[in-house]
Design a protein around this ligand. Structure first.
Ligand code: ZN
Length: 455
């Protein structure tokens, strides 16, 4: 557990220090009162991580021990024996590991209650791929510090049929949807399956004019090869390749073409293999879904999700099994990675019954490792690749995904080295999100409170 050196601290910082330290010392009632009085919104400030081992996710090496100075939500300095500014909180991190926060680049957050479990699992960035009407205000509240959560990037859902988001069936409707989406301040356009080719092309053209990136499914009519050529910058599931590139054939001889086309286009691929696994577990099996809803972590899921999961007929009445598709995805995901296609981690949580927000990121990283991707590359996929993707698609964003001066202070402090075992990502001393430090003890209290509110 981290220890905190006592400097000459102003009173507010002393309160903060008490909060950070509460469960490392014997709790008195007085301290508990102090803790209750502290809001996480107040825990920004200048913080120095002292004597920490930095996990270099690019090289897969450790650097340290060094000091890392945080201020104004940013990494301000990295070096040996940094002088702590007056009033700084100094966290002694001997034998601890500091790495960039994780990014879940495929979520469907819908309620404020969904946010904390991401942070508590080390997820400091999410890309929300649906378009609930409240997500933009949630995003802005997180940005302004009024709401504790990962940094949110929000995609606006567009399809050619159905009743979700924007439905576009003509080129004119596509252009006008892009105008609305841009004006409302969405970060991305998320396309879904059923947009006709001419409509998709108009949408993409208008999106390029209006400078808003397009991501999402493998739109069936034009197909993946075409949409990534036209500039779609991310395919949201590996599974989409089966439908919109390989024509349901699972033909491994076509993998090199898929690698080549995707690499040439510069598109990223979010594999969401964890989501596929959750679907497999309940495919044709009501008992499989029951088992998914019986796990301990379910206590942290908003009851409105649980009700919708229980009432959903999705997957449990299907026939057959998905094993071949799953193994084929593992095969081409590895080939994509080896071929230099940048992958992203993503879970599709909490939209699939049993897809537990936050916790599921660890399953996703385990799935990537099971494909044969090295641990160091999995860590890079979950951090730096997400930062690179946002830097490529959006202007004026604070860079993130690396421990580097000027980068957003999204950090995990771990008790064990994650390069040795990805399970060590769950052995945390704390999480810093946008410069807000939350010790594991504070996160655990907040999670307990969240679960208690659901009862
Ligand atoms: Zn999704």
């Amino acid at each position: 557990m981290c220890t905190i050196q006592n400097q000459l601290l102003p009173k507010k910082m002393m309160l903060l220090l008490t909060a950070l330290f509460l469960f490392e010392t014997t709790c008195s009632d007085k301290e508990s009162e102090s803790f209750a009085a502290i809001s996480v919104r107040d825990t920004t400030g200048t913080i120095v991580f002292r004597n920490v081992q930095i996990v270099d996710v690019e090289q897969g090496t450790l650097e340290g021990p060094v000091d890392v100075l945080i201020d104004s939500q940013k990494i301000m300095a990295i070096g040996a024996d940094l002088e702590a500014p007056s009033g700084a909180v100094v966290i002694d991190c001997s034998e601890k590991y500091l790495m960039p926060g994780l990014a879940d680049m495929h979520t469907h957050v819908n309620y404020e209650n969904d946010l904390l479990p991401y942070v508590a699992n080390g997820v400091t960035t999410i890309l929300n791929m649906g378009s609930p009407s409240n997500i933009l205000s949630m995003r802005d509240q997180v940005n302004s510090g009024g709401l504790l959560g990962p940094t949110i990037y929000a995609g606006a859902f567009v399809d050619g049929t159905g009743n979700r988001g924007w439905i576009v069936q003509t080129t004119g409707a596509a252009r006008s949807a892009v105008g609305d989406i841009k004006e409302q301040g969405w970060d991305f356009i998320k396309v879904y399956n059923s947009i006709q080719t001419d409509v998709f092309l108009a949408l993409m053209d208008e999106a390029q004019i209006k400078n808003i990136p397009v991501i999402g499914h493998g739109v069936r009519a034009p197909g993946i090869k075409r949409i990534i050529q036209e500039g779609q910058s991310m395919i949201a599931h590996a599974e989409e390749y089966i439908y919109a590139y390989f024509n349901y054939s699972n033909d491994a001889s076509k993998i090199p073409d898929a690698v080549n086309d995707t690499k040439t286009s510069g598109a990223y691929v979010t594999t969401t293999l964890s989501a596929y696994r959750v679907i497999m577990k309940q495919w044709g099996k009501p008992s499989g879904r029951d088992a998914l809803l019986a796990v301990d972590e379910i206590q942290y899921v908003d009851p409105r999700w649980i009700t919708s999961w229980q009432n959903s007929g999705a997957y449990i009445y299907n026939q057959g099994n998905l094993d071949d598709n799953y193994h084929f995805q593992q095969q081409f995901v590895k080939a994509f990675h080896d071929g230099g296609i940048p992958l992203l981690a993503g879970t599709d949580s909490p939209t699939i019954p049993g897809g537990i927000p936050g916790f599921m990121i660890h399953d996703d990283l385990a799935e990537l490792e099971k494909c044969g991707i090295s641990r160091k590359d999995v860590l890079k996929i979950a951090t730096m690749n997400a930062g690179n993707f946002i830097a490529k698609t959006k202007q004026d964003e604070m860079p993130f995904g690396k421990i580097q001066t000027g980068y957003r202070a999204d950090l995990l402090l771990l008790n064990q080295n994650p390069l040795i075992d990805l399970k060590h990502l769950k052995n945390r001393a704390g999480v810093m999100v946008r410069g807000h430090w939350l010790s594991e003890e504070e996160l655990s209290i907040r999670m307990t409170e969240l679960a208690a509110n659901f009862k």
